[in-house]
Write a protein that binds this ligand. Structure first.
Ligand SMILES: Cc1ncc(COP(=O)(O)O)c(C=O)c1O
Length: 362
């Protein structure tokens, strides 16, 4: 079966010497390698400050704290995402106010964000679902107009771009996940890209019990709630080895994605997803809309191809459904949504086989 997702581990000859060095150096906790990984990631993104953490979920939690979200505040979010996006909002004791999606892209609709803003709104959570960039300029304009911070959950969108600049350059807070099946994996881990230097310094304290690592334990005076969210030297070492070859991974996702964009046009029963002008998807997964999704998934499975909708829309979890909002565009989109395997493991033969299977009908 051609899998929908797969873990990428660089070649043994590259990974094992580095891992061996760090494992037996005597210091595996947060140290020099973590610092190297953060600075290398900053260079990759090109702007802002990179705070490494033990998961994307921890990065979301810290971002929500920095954004000033308090219990009973509202955060506008999307239901088309993985659960951590919205579970993190609930970790704050806040309420999730779902905005609808744009039917053409599946991403959160700026118009719907604006119509859901009220006096309890403290933050806007946006997701580049499956690696398709959100409508960056429209969301930036709303953030500016209402002075509401934006948290961009870019767990699927490492290396995506908008108007030529990489994801991580556009909002106050951008979250990346380095969990097992992401383009870059540290086995588990994440990064919070923070625009402001001052907030970055505060985030370092939140990441580690509220303790300032620059001072001795006795000199410290904890003044607010912190957590144990740091990355360690072992995960950071894996991250550095991954980062050294990240462009070849990202480019193979993009190459396969563009191939599907071209080859799957004008097939009866297939509706391609649109991308906002100026956006360049990361194609973590390939997203499309199909008639008779069940039949489509069955046909592909019969031909050795794993395809699926992957995520359950989050408003269908009762704990994540605070306001029972009508989401008519998401209803239509989710009915037809399906993902195809698109990553670095898809060979030229694989993608031809996938396209030909779809062209044969289901
Ligand atoms: C959209 C999205 N946000 C957040 C996360 C959370 O990341 P992590 O698993 O690293 O905590 C994930 C996936 O794992 C995700 O898919």
């Amino acid at each position: 079966m051609i899998p929908l997702v797969k873990t990428n581990i660089p070649a043994r000859e590259k990974m094992m010497p580095e891992l061996e060095k760090i494992l037996y150096r005597g210091y595996v906790a947060q140290g020099e390698q973590v610092e190297h990984f953060e600075r290398a990631f900053e260079t990759f993104v090109g702007k802002g400050h990179s705070l490494s953490v033990n998961s994307g979920t921890s990065a979301l939690h810290i971002a929500l704290i920095l954004a000033g979200v308090q219990p009973d505040d509202e955060v506008i979010s999307t239901a088309l995402t993985a659960e951590p996006t919205n579970v993190a909002i609930k970790m704050m004791g806040a309420k999730i106010r779902y905005a609808d999606v744009d039917y053409t892209t599946g991403n959160i609709s700026p118009k719907s964000i604006e119509s859901n803003i009220n006096k309890s709104t403290k933050a806007i959570m946006v997701v580049d679902y499956a690696g398709i960039p959100i409508n960056v300029p429209a969301i930036q304009a709303i953030s500016l107009k209402y002075k509401i911070p934006v948290i961009q959950d870019a767990a699927h969108a490492l290396g995506a771009k908008f108007n030529g600049s990489k994801t991580g350059n556009h909002f106050q807070y951008t979250v990346f996940s380095f969990q097992a099946i992401k383009q870059l994996t540290t086995i588990d881990g994440g990064m919070l890209q923070i625009e402001s230097k001052e907030e970055y310094e505060r985030a370092k304290l939140i990441r580690w019990f509220g303790i300032d690592k620059k001072l001795s334990r006795l000199e410290n005076n904890i003044q607010f709630q912190g957590y144990k969210y740091h990355m360690n030297n072992v995960n950071a070492t894996i991250g550095l080895v991954q980062l050294a070859e990240i462009y070849s991974i990202l480019n193979s996702h993009i190459d396969n994605g563009k191939y599907y964009d071209h080859e799957l046009q004008a097939i009866p029963g297939v509706e391609l997803v649109d991308y906002y002008p100026g956006s360049e998807p990361a194609y973590w997964l390939y997203t499309l809309k199909v008639e008779n999704r069940e039949g489509f998934i069955r046909k592909l499975a019969d031909n050795g191809i794993a395809a699926s909708e992957l995520h359950k829309r989050n408003d269908w979890h009762s704990y994540l459904n605070d306001f029972h909002t009508e989401l008519p565009n998401l209803d239509k989109f989710y009915d037809k949504l399906v993902h195809l395997p698109c990553g670095w493991w898809i060979t030229v033969e694989n993608r031809d086989h996938i396209v030909n299977t779809i062209k044969a009908g289901w």
